[in-house]
Design a protein around this ligand. Structure first.
Ligand code: GTP
Ligand code: MG
Length: 409
């Protein structure tokens, strides 16, 4: 997954590699920040993920110092937890890495066990998709036996698919850091335009909600612990066979020496068991938290569903209410209309009744039904000797039964 959601103006770059490789040195040189703690070269120094920002080319560059996996004071589980916490937090804040500088001492004659383990962990944390943002960077060139030797080692690193070969094939870039600010800034300048990338560990923890042991990096530590456990158990068994032989041969000195070795292996086995227990406890704890969170989310989802349902019902009830109001208004209108018609009919009936009564009265007086209708102009009978406004003759229209007569003046 690729996104460019890093807040504008900030470029985030992580510096990784085995302990003592020079991660803090790089950050201190490039950022110019004096508070960056550089080790004395004997003991692991950086135990926490720390960010250091500085302004460069109009942008805030944040370099992230990380502890290595072969830390002399912290277990791999502790280091991984520390890295997971930081990567998850920044991912949730939409602060994605524009680059990852993975340092390797060119002075190292060969890739030892801890370098290999570190590289393996790095690959698991990073994932293939973020490799185009990775700079595999050789360092401490000034301490190399000779430039030519350094170049041979660098070539070896790049050609061996177990070292950097595969990573370069999949998009990572080979770089050199010459120990100066300018050299470091050259790397930063190349990383700045890159589209920020999501690391596998961020996707697995935040999006997929895996526990640390369920991530690829966590699995790597777990497999490593199982391999160590088997190795120490085997060692103890072999030493036991040798100890029994020493007893048979009554070689007291050898027996004690072997017992001492056995004790050392037992101690190592105990440490591995403690580490495995810690990883398992952490997993149980995370599963518990994840279950609670999922339960909360489920409750929230149900609550939202209930609210949505309530809203639908409210809208439906309102729609029904409006329909009823409309029907009621129609009914009232109809009633009003009916009442108006009834009133009209009654009025007509009364008028008819009056007319009939009048006719009846007139009939009684004249033995005929007479109706006198004034025609022409206003003014009534008093003005009968004048012409109407429209020029028609004026007078009376007399109705006798079915017959009508007009009497003009
Ligand atoms: N001359 C020179 N010395 C370096 C360089 N990089 C690291 N060193 C020395 O190597 C030692 C270890 O460097 P650090 O930067 O503390 O190493 P680190 O990777 O941060 O180690 P941890 O914090 O323990 O993981 C220090 O004494 C540095 O001065 C370099 O490029 N040139
Ligand atoms: Mg450091």
């Amino acid at each position: 997954m690729e996104t460019n959601v890093v807040p504008r103006g900030e470029i985030l770059i992580a510096v990784m590699g085995v302990t003592g490789v020079g991660k803090s040195y790089f950050i201190s040189e490039v950022s110019g920040r004096s508070e960056v703690k550089v080790s004395d070269g004997l003991h692991s120094c950086t135990s926490k993920v720390e960010s250091y920002s500085f302004e460069h080319a109009g942008t805030t560059v944040t370099l992230v110092d990380t502890p290595g996996f072969n830390d002399t004071t912290r277990t791999d589980t502790e280091v991984l937890t520390e890295i997971c916490d930081w990567t998850s937090k920044t991912y949730e804040e939409n602060r994605l890495l524009s680059g990852i500088i993975y340092l390797h001492r060119i002075t190292d004659v060969r890739m030892d066990g801890s370098s290999m383990k570190n590289l393996r962990m790095f690959q698991k944390l990073c994932g293939i998709r973020a490799l185009k943002n990775v700079f595999l960077t050789t360092t401490q060139w000034s301490n190399a036996v000779g430039q030519a030797d350094g170049e041979v080692r660098e070539k070896g690193l790049c050609e061996d698919r177990d070292f950097w070969g595969m990573l370069i094939e999949q998009g990572a870039t080979l770089q050199r850091f010459h120990g100066t600010r300018e050299s470091g800034l050259e790397l930063i300048d190349q990383l700045m335009p890159k589209l920020p990338a999501v690391l596998d560990i961020q996707d697995q923890i935040v999006t997929q909600k895996r526990t640390i042991i369920e991530t690829d990096a966590g699995q790597c530590i777990n497999e490593d612990l199982i391999a160590q456990e088997n190795k120490y158990k085997e060692e103890i068994e072999l030493l036991e066979i040798e100890r029994q032989e020493a007893i048979k041969e009554k070689d007291e000195e050898m027996k004690d020496l072997i017992a001492e070795e056995q004790e050392k292996s037992r101690e190592k086995l105990k440490k591995v068991a403690v580490e495995k227990r810690r990883l398992a406890d952490m997993h149980d704890d995370e599963v518990r938290k994840r279950d609670i969170e999922m339960q909360r989310e489920e409750e929230k989802r149900k609550e939202e569903q209930r609210e949505a349902q309530e809203m639908v019902e409210k809208v439906e009830a309102e729609r029904r209410r409006q329909a009823e109001l409309y029907a009621e208004e129609l009914r009232r209108q109809q009633e009003r209309e009916e009442r108006r018609e009834a009133r009209e009919e009654r009025r007509e009936a009364r008028a008819e009744e009056k007319r009939l009564a009048y006719l009846r009265e007139a009939g009684m007086n004249r033995s005929a039904q007479l109706q006198m209708v004034q025609v022409g102009g206003e003014g009534g009978r008093d003005d009968g000797n004048r012409r109407g406004e429209h020029g028609e003759n004026r007078g009376f229209r007399v109705q006798v039964g079915r017959y009508q007569f007009t009497i003009g003046f």
